[in-house]
Design a protein around this ligand. Structure first.
Ligand SMILES: [Ca+2]
Ligand SMILES: [Ca+2]
Length: 218
Protein backbone atom coordinates (compact mmCIF):
# COMPACT_ATOMS: atom_id res chain seq x y z
CA UNK A 1 0.00 0.00 0.00
CA UNK A 2 1.47 3.36 -1.02
CA UNK A 3 0.18 6.83 -0.15
CA UNK A 4 1.79 10.09 -1.25
CA UNK A 5 4.60 9.94 1.24
CA UNK A 6 4.57 6.73 3.20
CA UNK A 7 4.22 3.06 2.42
CA UNK A 8 2.81 -0.01 4.06
CA UNK A 9 3.67 -3.56 3.02
CA UNK A 10 2.00 -6.76 4.13
CA UNK A 11 4.42 -9.64 3.81
CA UNK A 12 3.29 -13.13 2.95
CA UNK A 13 4.00 -14.21 6.55
CA UNK A 14 1.33 -11.75 7.68
CA UNK A 15 3.66 -9.14 9.20
CA UNK A 16 3.08 -5.47 8.43
CA UNK A 17 5.94 -3.11 7.57
CA UNK A 18 5.96 0.67 7.14
CA UNK A 19 8.37 3.35 5.94
CA UNK A 20 8.49 6.88 4.59
CA UNK A 21 7.36 10.26 5.91
CA UNK A 22 6.39 9.92 9.53
CA UNK A 23 5.43 13.41 10.64
CA UNK A 24 2.10 12.25 12.02
CA UNK A 25 3.26 8.86 13.19
CA UNK A 26 2.17 7.09 10.01
CA UNK A 27 4.95 4.51 10.27
CA UNK A 28 3.62 3.51 13.65
CA UNK A 29 7.00 2.97 15.26
CA UNK A 30 6.25 5.36 18.10
CA UNK A 31 8.18 8.38 16.88
CA UNK A 32 7.81 11.07 14.23
CA UNK A 33 11.14 10.82 12.39
CA UNK A 34 11.41 9.97 8.70
CA UNK A 35 12.06 6.31 8.14
CA UNK A 36 13.69 5.29 4.87
CA UNK A 37 13.96 1.66 5.89
CA UNK A 38 10.91 -0.52 6.46
CA UNK A 39 9.98 -0.87 10.13
CA UNK A 40 8.00 -3.80 11.41
CA UNK A 41 4.72 -2.55 12.90
CA UNK A 42 2.75 -5.77 13.36
CA UNK A 43 4.06 -9.30 13.73
CA UNK A 44 2.64 -12.08 11.61
CA UNK A 45 0.22 -12.87 14.42
CA UNK A 46 -1.06 -9.30 14.46
CA UNK A 47 0.71 -8.30 17.68
CA UNK A 48 1.94 -4.70 17.73
CA UNK A 49 5.72 -4.56 17.82
CA UNK A 50 6.85 -2.50 20.83
CA UNK A 51 3.33 -1.80 22.06
CA UNK A 52 4.47 0.74 24.66
CA UNK A 53 6.18 2.79 21.97
CA UNK A 54 3.33 3.08 19.48
CA UNK A 55 1.81 6.34 18.29
CA UNK A 56 -0.34 6.76 21.39
CA UNK A 57 1.16 9.82 23.14
CA UNK A 58 2.90 9.19 26.46
CA UNK A 59 0.61 11.69 28.13
CA UNK A 60 -2.55 9.83 27.14
CA UNK A 61 -4.48 9.13 30.30
CA UNK A 62 -2.94 12.03 32.23
CA UNK A 63 -5.80 14.46 32.66
CA UNK A 64 -4.03 16.97 34.85
CA UNK A 65 -0.39 17.82 35.42
CA UNK A 66 0.69 19.94 38.37
CA UNK A 67 4.19 21.43 38.20
CA UNK A 68 5.38 23.21 41.34
CA UNK A 69 8.48 24.39 43.16
CA UNK A 70 10.23 27.27 44.90
CA UNK A 71 12.63 30.03 43.91
CA UNK A 72 14.90 32.27 45.95
CA UNK A 73 17.31 35.12 45.42
CA UNK A 74 20.48 35.82 47.35
CA UNK A 75 19.84 39.58 47.35
CA UNK A 76 17.02 39.60 49.85
CA UNK A 77 14.98 36.92 51.46
CA UNK A 78 11.92 39.13 51.20
CA UNK A 79 11.70 39.31 47.44
CA UNK A 80 10.90 35.83 46.26
CA UNK A 81 7.51 36.93 44.98
CA UNK A 82 6.64 38.27 41.56
CA UNK A 83 8.80 35.93 39.50
CA UNK A 84 7.05 35.06 36.27
CA UNK A 85 7.05 31.31 35.73
CA UNK A 86 5.98 30.19 32.28
CA UNK A 87 5.80 26.96 30.35
CA UNK A 88 6.81 26.67 26.71
CA UNK A 89 6.79 30.36 25.91
CA UNK A 90 3.70 31.26 27.86
CA UNK A 91 1.04 28.60 27.17
CA UNK A 92 0.66 28.44 30.94
CA UNK A 93 2.10 30.92 33.39
CA UNK A 94 1.94 32.11 36.95
CA UNK A 95 3.85 34.22 39.49
CA UNK A 96 5.68 33.17 42.62
CA UNK A 97 4.13 34.12 45.96
CA UNK A 98 6.03 35.63 48.91
CA UNK A 99 7.42 32.21 49.83
CA UNK A 100 8.82 31.89 46.30
CA UNK A 101 6.26 29.17 45.60
CA UNK A 102 4.81 28.59 42.15
CA UNK A 103 2.33 26.08 40.84
CA UNK A 104 1.13 25.55 37.29
CA UNK A 105 -1.76 23.24 36.50
CA UNK A 106 -2.15 21.89 32.99
CA UNK A 107 -5.40 20.28 31.92
CA UNK A 108 -5.18 17.54 29.27
CA UNK A 109 -1.47 18.04 28.53
CA UNK A 110 -0.55 17.40 24.90
CA UNK A 111 3.21 17.58 25.27
CA UNK A 112 5.37 14.83 26.72
CA UNK A 113 7.81 17.35 28.17
CA UNK A 114 7.72 21.03 29.03
CA UNK A 115 10.28 23.80 29.36
CA UNK A 116 9.87 26.13 32.32
CA UNK A 117 11.27 29.66 32.34
CA UNK A 118 11.53 31.86 35.42
CA UNK A 119 12.09 35.59 34.96
CA UNK A 120 11.76 38.98 36.61
CA UNK A 121 13.06 42.46 35.76
CA UNK A 122 16.69 42.92 37.01
CA UNK A 123 17.25 39.16 37.30
CA UNK A 124 18.80 36.64 34.94
CA UNK A 125 16.23 34.20 33.69
CA UNK A 126 16.42 30.53 34.58
CA UNK A 127 15.31 27.81 32.18
CA UNK A 128 14.59 24.20 33.08
CA UNK A 129 14.14 21.83 30.15
CA UNK A 130 12.76 18.32 29.75
CA UNK A 131 10.19 18.34 32.53
CA UNK A 132 8.34 15.11 31.90
CA UNK A 133 4.55 15.28 32.16
CA UNK A 134 3.26 13.32 35.13
CA UNK A 135 0.20 13.96 37.34
CA UNK A 136 2.50 15.75 39.81
CA UNK A 137 5.97 17.16 39.13
CA UNK A 138 7.91 18.62 42.05
CA UNK A 139 10.72 20.75 40.66
CA UNK A 140 12.28 21.27 44.08
CA UNK A 141 11.46 21.79 47.75
CA UNK A 142 11.30 24.83 50.03
CA UNK A 143 14.61 23.70 51.57
CA UNK A 144 16.34 23.61 48.17
CA UNK A 145 14.86 26.44 46.11
CA UNK A 146 15.98 27.39 42.61
CA UNK A 147 18.49 30.22 42.93
CA UNK A 148 17.88 33.25 40.70
CA UNK A 149 20.65 35.81 40.23
CA UNK A 150 20.01 39.55 40.38
CA UNK A 151 21.86 42.30 38.52
CA UNK A 152 20.72 42.26 34.90
CA UNK A 153 19.06 45.65 35.03
CA UNK A 154 19.44 46.14 31.26
CA UNK A 155 17.70 42.79 30.60
CA UNK A 156 20.14 41.69 27.91
CA UNK A 157 20.67 38.30 29.52
CA UNK A 158 24.11 38.98 30.97
CA UNK A 159 25.37 40.88 34.02
CA UNK A 160 28.03 43.17 32.63
CA UNK A 161 29.37 46.73 32.38
CA UNK A 162 26.10 47.99 30.88
CA UNK A 163 24.42 47.16 34.18
CA UNK A 164 27.17 48.92 36.15
CA UNK A 165 26.77 52.01 33.98
CA UNK A 166 23.00 51.95 34.45
CA UNK A 167 23.39 51.76 38.23
CA UNK A 168 25.99 54.52 38.22
CA UNK A 169 23.62 56.84 36.34
CA UNK A 170 20.98 56.43 39.03
CA UNK A 171 23.29 56.09 42.01
CA UNK A 172 22.00 57.55 45.27
CA UNK A 173 18.55 58.23 43.87
CA UNK A 174 15.69 57.19 46.11
CA UNK A 175 12.10 56.33 45.35
CA UNK A 176 11.15 59.98 45.93
CA UNK A 177 13.43 61.19 43.14
CA UNK A 178 12.01 61.79 39.71
CA UNK A 179 14.70 59.77 37.88
CA UNK A 180 14.69 56.80 40.28
CA UNK A 181 14.59 53.57 38.31
CA UNK A 182 13.02 50.68 40.16
CA UNK A 183 14.88 48.06 38.13
CA UNK A 184 18.22 49.45 39.36
CA UNK A 185 17.12 49.06 42.98
CA UNK A 186 17.80 45.32 42.94
CA UNK A 187 17.25 44.72 46.67
CA UNK A 188 14.17 46.96 46.68
CA UNK A 189 15.12 49.06 49.70
CA UNK A 190 13.91 52.15 47.79
CA UNK A 191 17.36 53.58 47.14
CA UNK A 192 19.95 52.79 44.49
CA UNK A 193 23.01 52.29 46.59
CA UNK A 194 26.10 50.22 47.33
CA UNK A 195 23.99 47.20 48.30
CA UNK A 196 22.71 47.00 44.73
CA UNK A 197 26.25 47.34 43.36
CA UNK A 198 27.41 44.49 45.61
CA UNK A 199 24.68 42.17 44.28
CA UNK A 200 25.63 43.05 40.74
CA UNK A 201 29.36 42.58 41.42
CA UNK A 202 28.76 39.17 42.99
CA UNK A 203 27.08 37.92 39.82
CA UNK A 204 29.27 39.77 37.35
CA UNK A 205 29.67 37.98 34.00
CA UNK A 206 26.95 35.45 34.76
CA UNK A 207 24.38 34.98 31.99
CA UNK A 208 20.91 33.59 31.35
CA UNK A 209 22.32 31.22 28.73
CA UNK A 210 24.37 29.42 31.38
CA UNK A 211 21.24 29.14 33.54
CA UNK A 212 19.63 26.54 31.29
CA UNK A 213 19.37 23.21 33.02
CA UNK A 214 17.96 19.81 32.30
CA UNK A 215 15.32 18.78 34.84
CA UNK A 216 16.88 15.32 35.00
CA UNK A 217 20.17 16.84 36.19
CA UNK A 218 18.77 19.14 38.88
CA1 LIG B 1 22.87 43.30 31.46
CA1 LIG C 1 18.80 49.25 46.79
Amino acid sequence: MVSTDHCLALKTDGSLWAWGLNDAGQVGDGNLSFSSVPIKVFDSDGIIVNPEETVIPKVAGIEKCKIYGYVKTDSSDNFKDGFNVELDGGVNSTYTDDRGYFEINITSPINNTYTLKISKPSYLSKTIKNIEVLPEVKINSLEFPISILGGDVTKDGIINMFDVIELAKSFNLSIHDKDYKGDCDINKDNVINLLDVIILAKHFNRSSSESIEDFNNL
